[in-house]
Design a protein around this ligand. Structure first.
Ligand SMILES: O=C(CO)[C@@H](O)[C@H](O)COP(=O)(O)O
Ligand SMILES: [Fe+2]
Length: 229
């Protein structure tokens, strides 16, 4: 399959209705979500707890697009196989989560899944320079990981621009995660990102006519970006 450089919106189901994940996933996909982003948190690497492999396995039949699993756990290596078996399409691990990111990426690739590497806002790009050729995606965090609904950290825009230069034409996605709104999405898309995670910006205002509201929110993000590209 050829590399897809077009802009993709990946709603984070951390902001979905936790009592109705199946319906929430179906609603965002019907309304233009390109990927589904699943935030896995362990109460240790980040101060929050979310989804174990059985939860991810339960999401799988509902996801018709692409399930992007963002692991915010340490250690990460012992759990890679379980998340692969649960049905992730892409598994992303944090460079800060252990001393051996090269080994972690190899372990993800060994499962046959796509591999991503993620950087916290305070972590320099140099920390992933030597693994770039092994990964399918770099995730730049634009909030400190752990929660949805936080404010975008603007140093991520320049970081994205520099990462785009480092990557050049190589088939590696640049994903931005945290505080993506109609104001910040154009900044990172212009800087070179092609996958934008959005939790609160997609699921906000969805108590009545949920799917319609999600559709409006997704289209607002896409049109904010297309206005600057
Ligand atoms: O990984 C994380 C947080 O750690 C994210 O995926 C958030 O869930 C994004 O939420 P918003 O900032 O878009 O509300
Ligand atoms: Fe995330």
């Amino acid at each position: 399959m050829s590399f897809d450089r077009s802009l993709k919106i990946a709603p984070s189901i951390l902001s979905a209705d936790f009592a109705n994940f199946g319906q929430e996933i179906q609603a965002i996909e019907a309304q233009g979500a390109d990927w589904v982003h699943v935030d896995v948190m362990d109460g240790h690497f980040v101060p929050n707890l979310t989804f174990g492999p059985p939860a991810v396995k339960a999401f799988r039949p509902h996801v018709k697009t692409f399930m992007d699993v963002h692991l915010m756990i340490a250690p990460v290596d012992p759990y890679i196989e379980a998340y692969a078996e649960a049905g992730a399409d892409m598994i992303t691990a944090h460079v800060e989560a252990g001393p051996h990111i090269h080994r972690t990426i190899q372990a993800i690739k060994a499962t046959g899944k796509m591999a991503g590497v993620s950087l916290n806002p305070g972590t320099p790009l140099e920390s992933i320079e030597h693994v770039l050729d092994l990964v399918d995606m770099v995730l730049i965090m634009t909030v400190n990981p752990g929660f949805g609904g936080q404010k975008f950290i603007h140093s991520g825009v320049e970081k994205t621009r520099r990462l785009r230069q480092m990557i050049g034409d190589r088939p590696i996605h640049i994903q931005i995660d945290g505080g993506v709104t109609t104001e910040t999405a154009p900044l990172v898309a212009k800087a070179g990102a092609d996958v934008l995670v959005a939790g609160s910006a997609v699921f906000k205002g969805g108590s009545v006519d949920r799917a319609e509201v999600y559709g409006k929110n997704i289209r607002a993000l896409k049109s904010a970006v297309s206005a600057v590209l």
